[in-house]
Design a protein around this ligand. Structure first.
Ligand code: GAP
Length: 510
């Protein structure tokens, strides 16, 4: 399965979707750059979200807040006090690990020591799951087995957080062969700190926002006072967030800089359960509509123990990535927690005057919070396919046409007989409406495959017949079927197909 991830990462690099940030200087862990095709894909995802959640509705307005806010915002939200992960350092290698992702595998080898006890090895492994964490220790144990004999029992597994001080001294960290180099777990705040203004003292400390949501709560009164909104209503924001993750991993999945697409949907307290159910379902369907159709997509309700103390219910939309099932988006019923906290810390009245009941109330909020980078990664994983066409293997990204970076490519079959001129005219016409690509180099089969690999849903080819009857072929990426249309129809037809790829294709009998 990891092989699948390697292939995708390599395609993303080779074809200009995603590059490691500042690669010419050796990169920087947890940061990624989107190349010419990646930026289009991510933009299409954000546009689809904005179109469906803001423009397509009458009850949601947008917002674009500053990334750096008054630090009191993060005291009110609880991020200064509580937004932390337990972290462990390796004194020998200076590696840093999330303590909740460290598991210790205690192996007992048959060879005995001078006291007649079996040889013990306490090997720490890192992973989101025990299976993932086991990989490193298994490799080390196999080496030790050559010296001390093969263990008769499988290892005992202990989460690092549960070890006593004495036992921690026995542990061999993931990146070393020495014992006792791992520190006790310490709390590590995930917010990036900076200083605002010329002085670098405590009074100038500010944070890069770790979520876009708080900008929405802090502006709640501004939006209500500007008068356009009535309960129930939502405020949406798309923007960068920053978290100093201890272990950025799995390509863009856990990055230190990423983009969120968040909606805070405010409603009357008695309607909150209903709106929670609505958004839980609606957000799941959004991913299905945009191509995450497989059984790899799922919706998981949090158990009572998992819920934050203020949350009445939370569900995660999860996707089975090649590296494991992980969260794509969370939908949380947050009650009136956020607005109440900001009232307390700012001293401002953030209640809402309900014209209907002639009373003031603090609305409850339902929050669907998605990551644009995680969505892009899930769409790429789902789209990545290897199949065969006419006995030849090909790699194809079966992206929804609405998300595909390039919507159509235009080719002259050969570079002569007036075909390039005709193809270029069609290309220019299409380019007025959509991102399209012109290619006249090499065999047409290769040109098709290069477009398949980046997910271009349609290829338009000008051939010999085009010169006689002014028709061209359109080829469908997924089925590789081709049909003929009048060249004057191409632009309209492709625009329609991109919007709704399920519509009947003329000339193919529907
Ligand atoms: N306002 C609620 C909130 O921020 P979250 O579950 O911490 O909730 C929401 O984040 C979404 O943001 C996640 O479901 C994920 O898609 C994205 N996200 C969070 N941390 C991320 C990271 N380190 N890298 C990439 N995306 C991340």
């Amino acid at each position: 399965m990891l092989d699948e991830m390697d292939k995708l990462v390599s395609l993303c690099k080779r074809r200009g979707f995603i590059f490691p940030s500042s690669e010419i200087y050796g990169g920087i862990n947890g940061f990624w750059d989107y190349g010419p095709l990646g930026v289009e894909l991510k933009r299409n995802i954000k546009d689809a979200w904005w179109r469906d959640l803001v423009h397509g509705r009458e009850d949601v307005v947008g917002l674009d807040c500053a990334i750096i806010m008054n630090p009191r915002v993060w005291e009110a939200s609880g991020h200064v006090g509580g937004f932390s992960d337990p972290m462990v350092d390796c004194r020998a290698t200076k590696e840093r690990y999330r303590a909740d992702q460290l598991y210790v595998f205690v192996y007992l080898f048959p060879q005995v020591n001078h006291k007649g006890e079996p040889t013990e090895a306490w090997l720490a492994g890192l992973g989101a799951s025990v299976e993932e964490a086991a990989q490193g220790p298994e490799r080390k144990a196999a080496k030790l087995a050559r010296k001390f004999g093969t263990p008769e029992q499988p290892p005992t597994i202990i989460p690092y957080l549960e070890l006593s001080e004495a036992d921690r001294e026995k542990v061999i960290g993931p990146s070393t062969d020495e014992r006792g180099t791992l520190t006790p777990p310490r709390s590590f705040n995930l917010m990036f700190k900076t200083f605002v203004g010329a002085l670098e003292d405590a009074s100038a400390v500010a944070y890069l926002r770790p979520e876009t949501a708080q900008g929405i709560f802090a502006n709640f009164k501004n939006v209500v006072d500007t008068g356009r909104v009535k309960l129930p209503f939502g405020i949406a924001q798309i923007g960068k967030s920053f978290r100093n993750e201890i272990n950025p991993r799995n390509f863009t999945f856990r990055s230190r800089e990423f983009e969120q697409m968040e909606l805070e949907y405010f409603c009357r307290p008695e309607e909150a359960t209903e709106w929670y159910a609505y958004w839980r379902k609606e957000r799941f369907q959004w991913y299905v509509r945009h191509g995450l159709r497989s059984e790899r997509l799922r919706l998981r309700d949090h158990s009572a123990e998992e819920l934050a103390f203020y949350s009445k219910a939370t569900a995660d939309i999860e996707y089975a990535f090649p590296f494991g099932v992980s969260e794509l988006e969370g939908i949380a019923h947050r009650g009136d927690y956020d607005l109440s906290q900001h009232m307390k810390f700012s001293g401002k009245d953030l209640s809402y005057y309900d014209e209907e009941t002639k009373t003031r109330l603090v609305p409850h909020v339902i929050e669907p919070s998605a990551g644009a980078d995680r969505a892009a990664l899930a769409f790429l994983c789902e789209a990545y396919t290897e199949d065969e066409v006419g006995g030849e293997p090909r790699t194809v990204l079966r992206l929804h046409p609405r998300l595909a970076p390039i919507k159509a490519a235009v080719f002259p079959l050969v570079k002569k007989d007036g075909m390039p001129e005709k193809a270029e005219a069609i290309y220019r016409e299409l380019k007025r409406h959509l991102p399209v690509f012109y290619d006249e180099k090499g065999a047409v089969g290769r040109r098709y495959r290069r477009q398949d690999e980046v997910g271009t849903p349609y290829c338009v080819t000008v051939d010999g017949q085009s010169l006689e009857d002014d028709t061209v072929t359109i080829r469908d990426r997924d089925t590789c079927r081709q049909w003929r249309v009048a060249s004057g129809q191409v632009a309209r037809l492709i625009c329609e197909l991109v919007e709704d790829p399920s519509r009947a294709i003329p000339g193919l009998g529907g």
